[in-house]
Design a protein around this ligand. Structure first.
Ligand code: NZQ
Ligand code: ZN
Length: 387
């Protein structure tokens, strides 16, 4: 196992009815910015619970953080935070609202062009940040227990990641009953996003971290078991709670300890959202299988392990098991109603691969993936295979 350091300071408050604990976890006397998205929380009772739980605080609201949160929208919130002297942010939403609030946390005290925090990686150097907590409404990204985020600059159609150890939420309230109001499309997205986060940290090459592999396999098997159940009946608490915890565990830092990680699927897929507005998880379902096919020789041993342990494949040659493992993954995504080709989502794909090539070249991204092999050329070829 490779050497590692690990610190995850986020307090997780998990279970039905736990939203009432907000007040115990925010410093008394705080002026809170209550940040949320397009309003789903007003229709499912979450907003009312949050307001009731924060009645002893001064609260200013900021709504309208869109999916794939826009830098331009978030800058309006930064102004409010600075003008109103907000001292704590409460993010109530899915990955987009939580990621947006990580940006607010970084930008509040930054003097300069705030986009540089993202595009130039300056978020990592920002010392003074605004603390924030979250109420998770959509299990998917793991953003509730990690310190990374993704923000889109609408004016240039760029979707970029940023982060740093300063951006862990102080606390996250994870009440699995919130998934009852999720549209099926978002539930499917959540399952596939969590599944792919696990694969990004598992489907690489053989290493000595036996436990990390088995935790990853446990998450994958759990998602395969409960995915259809949460789609069918999101009020099934057993399925919902296992879904929510699997998604958190898939990207809270545990799986990556001491192991090689890939993440090239995500970096290529973000371009498909930036260029075509396709939901994050769906872009992963488009790219991941083709990335595995393209890098088949590098990933073969792990694909065989994945096929045997997660999908129960046996009796065939190793090559057949590895190939079948990719096909089982595609079938699983499709069984949740997720299409796996770019052309299933847009007819405007003619220039996509070339644009991805140019963007990767401009950013000098040449060493992505667990073997640092993926640059503009391979990214282009993978997108071409995905059409
Ligand atoms: O905006 P509202 O009205 O709340 O509606 C949202 C939104 O339209 C709705 N929704 C959320 N909870 C709901 C609900 N509707 C009914 N009932 C509920 N309980 O769902 C829609 C999608 O929400 P969004 O937050 O965009 O989805 P998700 O959680 O999948 O987040 C996606 C974003 O996270 C980034 C993605 O790139 C994308 O921008 N990611 C963040 C990561 C991280 N921070 O670690 C890692 C991921 O790989 C991912 O890149
Ligand atoms: Zn993801």
């Amino acid at each position: 196992m490779n050497s590692f350091e690990f610190k995850n300071p986020t307090k997780i408050i998990f279970g039905e009815g736990e939203i009432k604990k907000i007040a115990d976890n925010i410093p008394a006397g705080s002026h809170i910015l209550l940040a949320y998205g397009g309003g789903s929380i007003k229709n499912n009772g979450i907003y009312d619970q949050v307001i009731a739980a924060s009645k002893d605080f001064k609260v200013t609201e900021f709504s309208g953080i869109e999916p794939n949160p826009h830098f331009e929208t978030l800058m309006k919130a930064v102004k409010i935070i600075r003008d109103e002297k907000i001292d704590f942010i409460l993010a109530v939403g899915g990955g987009s609202v939580i990621d947006g609030c990580k940006f607010l946390s970084a930008a509040t005290f930054y003097e300069g062009d705030e986009w540089d925090l993202v595009a130039k990686g300056l978020s990592r150097k920002q010392e003074k940040v605004l603390p924030f907590g979250t109420v998770l409404t959509l299990p998917a990204t793991g953003s509730e227990m990690n310190s990374g985020a993704v923000v889109t600059k609408a004016s240039t159609r760029e979707k970029r990641t940023f982060g740093g150890p300063q951006y862990f939420p102080v606390f996250s309230i994870c009440d699995p009953t919130v998934i009852k109001s999720l549209p099926k499309r978002q539930i499917a997205n959540g399952v596939v996003d969590a599944f792919t986060h696990t694969l990004e940290q598992y489907l690489t090459y053989q290493h000595d971290a036996l436990l990390q592999d088995r935790i990853a396999e446990g998450i994958l098997q759990t998602l395969i078991e409960i995915g259809p159940k949460v789609m069918e009946d999101p009020s099934d608490y057993k399925a919902a709670s296992n879904f929510m915890w699997s998604a958190t565990m898939a990207l809270n830092g545990i799986l990556r300890l001491g192991v090689p990680t890939d993440w090239a699927t995500h970096m290529i897929a973000h371009e498909l959202t930036a260029l075509h507005g396709i939901d994050h998880a769906r872009t992963l379902a488009i790219i991941a299988p083709n990335l595995y096919r393209k890098l088949f020789d590098d990933k073969k041993e792990k694909l065989v392990q994945y096929g045997r342990r997660v999908w129960g494949l046996n009796g065939e040659s190793e090559i057949e098991i590895a190939e079948k493992a990719i096909e089982m993954t595609v079938s699983f995504f499709q069984s949740l109603g997720i299409e796996t080709k770019l052309s299933d989502y847009t007819a405007d794909y003619k220039d996509t691969a070339q644009t991805v090539y140019e963007r990767f070249s401009e950013r000098k991204w040449s060493g992505l993936g667990e073997r640092q092999k993926i640059g503009s050329e391979l990214a282009k070829e993978i997108v071409e295979m995905s059409i």
